[in-house]
Design a protein around this ligand. Structure first.
Ligand code: 2IT
Length: 450
């Protein structure tokens, strides 16, 4: 009998060989393999059909040139991507990211995570991700528009309301979705629900802007409830100050908790009194300024600012990384453990390195993975698709209630597949990975060798 470690190594060896120089993708696959392989061992039908192996091959990975003129009239070129990972349970679905760190590895890890995440939502959505290494920082509105139009001029031939439905992610918000939608409509002469996160005047859904953050806090509520605890009175550290961090801050305040940090690429701010009220709205102002830094918050509200630092050394009750992959490393994990932070709730996609996760787990920190916690964003995109198909729109209350129920159900799924009787606690990583895997795997089995 081989150990789990040996089994994971044997599984990973050909994947490493096939995907050299793709550390993020390999990291995401390895984390899933560690928990799903032992499950597959008890389900020979998945093993025989090589379901998990197949899931690591994108069904299609597209990369293309995106030429555009900047405001000085200079020629600029970026790379655009769309990785269509898995369409077993529905049309491809997942965000577009504009960020200088975007490359094929990042796209593939995100598309792989998205496949399991979308399955967890219980809605019929396959997994995809796309974007570009374009850096929106400091770009004018016209430059953003020209870039979006050029990207869509190539992307439009691969997507469609029943084929692949992109949305926003880091660096892509309502403004970018508007420009992308306009160009798609112009090229195809069709007004369809081909993108989500649209403006309210052209098919968007209420609560979609708040959904990722709200969903994350609803999930956190369930995690706490499960151990007889609540958010009321808890201090929370968050990283980032974008759309997701904003939604988290709003909901934490509403439920009586207190967010005490936000961060940007320039450093973090510590606001002992809490990021509340007008200060939450100011996050949006900072975001739309395009400056990508949080020092302005510290200057405006006269709170301490720590340049070049991440917020994980602050002693809090709940740490919620909301920014980007691998933003919590081994040193950060040691700080969190030293400060006895009881909960690490991932809100970004894979914000914790594999090594940091293992340290936190061994130290008994309750750890919830991004693919479960942040699924409320894409779930509400799924609700936007439903509304577009119905040619109707639901009230904010209706959407919020559906979102809340979906997050409660995802938590239940995590408990179902992740509860460890011997330890008397839930392994959320295991629960989310197996819970997401099963539905996709069953659909893949049923559809044969495709
Ligand atoms: O990571 C994510 O789940 C997203 N960026 C949202 C994707 C979507 O299709 O709404």
């Amino acid at each position: 009998m081989s150990t789990i470690k040996e089994e994971v190594e044997a599984f990973m060896a050909p994947i490493r060989k096939r995907n050299p120089n793709e550390p993020e993708f390999l990291q995401a696959v390895e984390e899933v393999a560690e928990t799903v392989l032992p499950y597959i061992a008890k389900h020979p039908e998945y093993k025989k059909a090589k379901i998990l192996e197949k899931m690591t091959h994108p069904e299609r990975a597209i990369s293309f040139r995106v030429p555009w003129f900047d405001d000085k009239g200079e020629f600029q070129i970026n790379t655009g991507y769309r990785v269509q990972m898995n369409s077993a349970i529905g049309p491809y679905k997942g965000g577009l990211r504009f960020h200088p760190t975007v490359n094929l590895s990042v796209m593939k890890f995100l598309a792989f995570e998205q496949t399991l995440k979308n399955s967890l939502t219980s809605l019929p959505m396959g997994g995809a991700k796309g974007g570009s290494d374009f850096d929106p920082r400091g770009k004018s509105d016209n430059e953003i528009m020209r870039f979006c139009q050029s990207l869509m001029t190539e992307l439009f031939r691969y997507i469609g309301a029943d084929t692949d439905v992109p949305a926003g992610d880091v660096g892509v918000g309502g403004r970018e979705i508007g420009y992308l939608f306009g160009q798609y409509k112009r090229l195809t002469n069709e007004f369809t629900g081909v993108l989500t996160g649209k403006g309210m005047s052209f098919g968007g859904s209420l609560v979609r802007p708040e959904a990722t953050g709200y969903g994350a806090v609803y999930f956190t509520q369930e995690v706490l409830k499960n151990v007889g605890d609540t958010i009321r009175g808890k201090t929370v550290s968050i990283s980032g100050f974008g759309n997701v961090a904003w939604g988290v801050a709003k909901k934490v305040e509403e439920l009586g908790g207190k967010v005490v940090t936000i961060s940007g690429p320039d450093g973090y701010v510590y606001d002992e009194k809490g990021v509340t009220g007008k200060k939450v709205d100011y996050m949006l102002e900072m975001r739309s300024s395009g400056k990508d830094k949080v020092k302005d918050y510290a200057d405006k509200f006269k709170v301490p600012y720590f340049p070049g630092k991440r917020p994980w050394s602050v002693k809090v009750d709940i740490a919620m990384p909301c920014a980007i992959q691998n933003e919590v490393d081994v040193d950060d994990a040691k700080e969190l453990i030293k400060n006895k932070v009881p909960y690490l709730i991932e809100v970004a996609n894979m914000p914790t390195t594999l090594e940091a996760y293992k340290l936190l787990k061994d130290a008994g920190v309750v750890f919830a993975p991004g693919k479960a916690v942040n699924a409320g964003g894409v779930a509400t995109s799924g609700l936007e698709m439903s509304q577009n198909s119905l040619r109707m729109s639901w009230s904010a209350k209706e959407v919020d209630e559906k979102l809340h129920q979906i997050m409660i159900a995802i938590h239940k799924t995590c408990v179902k597949y992740g509860y460890d009787k011997k330890a008397g606690k839930v392994d959320y990583v295991k629960g989310a990975n197996i819970g997401g895997f099963v539905k996709v795997a069953d659909a893949m089995l049923a559809q044969g060798l495709v």
